[in-house]
Design a protein around this ligand. Structure first.
Ligand SMILES: C[S@@+](CC[C@H](N)C(=O)[O-])C[C@H]1O[C@@H](n2cnc3c(N)ncnc32)[C@H](O)[C@@H]1O
Length: 253
């Protein structure tokens, strides 16, 4: 079975910003991690590739001086990002990884935050990233890698997510090979301890929004069954949701 690409204009764009809201201190933590591996000079031009609802672009501009360009194919996701209001140094462009609408050597860093696994032609995307990256630039790939499973707490209610994840997420080895082919080598693999929610209630509330793209591959019946099982576990006090988890950041350059 080949998975169809997730259409972020169908459901995700309506819920993503709420379902995947990132707390201010977590955003600061990510910026600290990025700062630790990016060149020290300022300003830095940053491409946020697959910028979604703009969770990161404003913070990137504030920390690194900009300009920050969010490139995002989904109109709905981009509109949500733009609805945050104009931020100095930030712009959002329609487009995607296979034809990045930026000049050669024009950015110091490329961030792909949970977007790389969606790119239909990853080898072409890597070529495009290498093209727009200035000499000495860095690639920040916050990915999910099928050979480094994180064991999401909700998978026990939606068991087919495991198989979907295996198909959807590339391995770390495959990912580094794709970038090696365009001259970008792995520099670091940073394990960030990420806080997803402040409480069990918040975690459940966010999950109910189904703002997780792998859910788009489940049937209505699987979703109904999974949420019914989750409700039973909630009632029985048997959820045990970890508030933090491991997030992998692959740094290339
Ligand atoms: C899980 S969301 C992540 C959004 C954002 N980076 C964040 O962390 O909030 C994945 C995003 O990748 C975008 N995407 C899908 N295919 C893409 C492509 N070929 N090029 C660039 N972005 C793409 C989707 O539209 C979606 O907004």
């Amino acid at each position: 079975m080949t998975l169809k690409a997730v259409d972020y204009d169908r459901h995700q764009h309506q819920v993503y910003a709420r379902a995947r809201a990132i707390a201010p201190d977590m955003l600061t933590q990510w910026m600290d991690v990025f700062e630790g591996v990016l060149p020290a000079r300022r300003p830095l031009a940053v491409l946020d590739l697959g910028s979604g609802t703009g969770r990161f672009a404003p913070a990137l501009a504030a920390r690194f001086g900009g300009p920050v360009t969010g490139v995002e194919p989904s109109d709905g996701m981009r509109r949500t990002a733009e609805a945050q209001g104009a931020t100095p140094g930030v712009r959002y462009l329609a487009g995607g990884a296979s034809a990045i609408p930026l000049d050669d050597g024009s950015v110091d860093a490329v961030l792909m935050f949970l977007s790389f696994h969606h790119f239909p032609d990853k080898a072409l995307a890597a070529r495009e990233i290498a093209r727009v990256l200035a000499p000495g630039g860095r690639v920040l790939l916050r990915g999910v890698f099928s050979d480094r499973p994180v064991g999401e707490w909700y998978v026990r209610f939606f068991p087919r997510l495991e198989e979907i994840g295996r198909q959807l997420f590339p391995t770390l080895t495959a990912t580094t090979e794709i970038f090696a082919a365009v001259g970008l080598k792995p520099i670091d693999l940073i394990e960030v301890t990420e806080t997803y929610s402040a409480s069990e209630a918040e975690a459940v509330e966010k999950l109910r929004l189904k703002g997780i793209s792998t859910f788009d591959h489940l049937t209505e019946a699987e979703l109904a069954e999974g949420f019914a099982a989750l409700d039973r576990a909630l009632e029985a006090g048997d959820l045990h949701i970890p508030m933090t988890g491991r997030s992998d950041l692959l740094v290339l350059g």
